[in-house]
Design a protein around this ligand. Structure first.
Ligand code: HEC
Length: 225
């Protein structure tokens, strides 16, 4: 039995002498049994780096980056924002009297090119939840995101283009608890791209709820009817 006590005592002394007591100060670097990823090659802020062509370790901010927490709509208009103020329609989807735009801003031309861009961005940023058709049956539904609605119900078909634009900019309307079930996409889509997506959402809606009478008479025969 005695040798078991000796072995335990020896093991305790060995462990303490190697690892030390917790909280003991030492000038020597600690013994790291599991270094994880503590020590890695890295660049210090504002240092030089031969790796990048411009020689800077700091990388420039990519275009259209919006700082986290920046709320484009609550933004207070200052003197420098005269451009923003003059373009309320383009940037906020609002008319001069503060109401939601019912038609696209003058600087946005709704043509096949805009729709193609809208489809491209929609497929990347919206279809995972809203589905390629806009029926709310995106892939995320299978993984528990059950609240994504269809675009084709009576209320949503009637949303103005300004409201659609605003939904993309700030997210869906807050719930009574102040939570937005759909987050904003202003940091990922420039205002121009948001309008392209709005045009595409409208096209998806028309494809489902449009009537023959919506098609100009001289184009109806193209439908083969
Ligand atoms: C992560 C999933 C998700 C993504 C991605 C997403 N949405 Fe949504 N969206 C939702 C959910 C959930 C709601 C319902 C929010 C609610 O009613 O509270 C919603 C609601 C909406 C509505 C209806 C707003 C209303 O007033 O009823 C519109 C329009 C919309 N989304 C457009 C878009 C567009 C355009 C994109 C792409 C830029 C997009 N969504 C990306 C989940 C998403």
């Amino acid at each position: 039995m005695r040798h078991v006590y000796f072995a335990t005592f020896f093991l305790a002394v060995l462990t303490l002498s190697v690892l030390g007591f917790r909280g003991t100060r030492s000038t020597r670097p600690p013994l790291e049994l599991f270094p994880d990823m503590d020590h890695q090659a890295h660049l210090k802020p504002q240092a030089e780096s031969a790796f990048f062509v411009d020689g800077r370790a700091d990388r420039p901010i990519p275009p259209y980056t919006v700082a986290y927490g920046f709320a484009p709509v609550e933004h207070k208009l200052g003197e420098d924002d005269a451009n923003l103020a003059a373009n309320d329609g383009l940037y906020r989807g609002k008319a001069a009297d503060g109401s939601w735009l019912k038609t696209f801003p003058a600087s946005v031309t709704v043509d096949a090119k805009l729709l193609a861009r809208g489809q491209d961005r929609f497929t990347i940023y919206c279809a995972p939840c809203h589905g390629a058709l806009g029926d709310g049956q995106g892939i995320t539904k299978q993984y528990g995101m059950t609240t994504t609605p269809t675009y084709f119900d009576e209320r949503r078909v009637k949303l103005t283009v300004g409201e659609l634009f605003n939904t993309i900019t700030v997210g869906s309307l807050p719930t009574p608890e102040g939570k937005r079930n759909m987050l904003p996409y202003a940091d990922k889509l420039s205002p121009e791209d948001r309008w392209a997506v709005v045009a595409y959402v409208r096209a998806l809606q028309r494809a489902q709820v449009g009537k023959l009478t919506d098609v100009p008479a001289d184009h109806r025969k193209e439908l083969g009817l």
